[in-house]
Write a protein that binds this ligand. Structure first.
Ligand SMILES: [Zn+2]
Length: 208
């Protein structure tokens, strides 16, 4: 399944959750966005060992860095305090500019470190954990740990912290549903998927 399909399914999941919570139009838009991003997150591991075999990887990584850079700027403007705000904006800008220049495989690792540092400077646990997630995803093989139950739990913790931090109901369920929708779409539950996902890593590497 390609990136666009994953985003669409994740966004639809966000829309459904928003409806269940009877969210305002603005919150609905936010949840649709979080759902779409969550639907793409597991494939951040595309920078891993199979990177060279996947022609899209390059663009996915570039877009991810660009997106995270922009989010970081927006977030810093709204939430940052004094020096932290400018540090966050600076890192975000550097990532946006860097994403168009640096194209080699370490981009995602650099992105992870950037997000991690930003999480520490903002004292935001979800951002710190997202940085750790991206960092790990940049080293593991494609369709391995990010496509497992362990990945779901880790991401669930990230979005639960994000929900508490923003104080907006529905973020946790939207993020979790978007993420799980990606795993279902990649699994052998769909007959046209020849390769499945290693759901039970590290206990079993059987493809589901
Ligand atoms: Zn995938």
């Amino acid at each position: 399944m390609n990136g666009t399909a994953h985003v669409a399914i994740g966004a639809a999941a966000g829309f459904i959750v928003a409806n269940n919570y009877q969210s305002s139009p603005a919150t609905t838009l936010l949840l649709v966005g979080i759902g779409g991003i969550s639907g793409l997150i597991p494939d951040l591991d595309i920078d891993g060992k199979l990177r060279n075999k996947i022609t899209l990887s390059h663009k996915v990584i570039q877009s991810a860095a660009l997106l995270i850079g922009m989010l970081m700027i927006v977030y810093s403007i709204y939430e940052g305090i004094a020096a932290n705000r400018y540090l966050g904006i600076g890192i975000g800008l550097a990532m946006i500019i860097g994403s168009s220049f640096i194209k080699q495989r370490h981009m995602l690792t650099i992105t992870g470190i950037g997000v991690l540092v930003s999480g520490i400077s903002h004292q935001e646990m979800w951002l710190l954990l997202l940085g750790v997630y991206i960092l790990i995803a940049s080293f593991v093989a494609h369709r391995s740990y990010t496509h497992s139950i362990l990945g779901v739990i880790f991401y669930g913790i990230i979005v639960s912290k994000l929900e508490v931090s923003l104080g907006i109901e529905g973020i946790f369920y939207t993020g979790l549903t978007g993420y799980i929708s990606h795993l279902v779409a990649d699994s052998k539950l769909l007959p046209f998927n020849k390769r499945g996902i290693k759901l039970f890593l590290p206990i079993s590497s059987k493809e589901m």
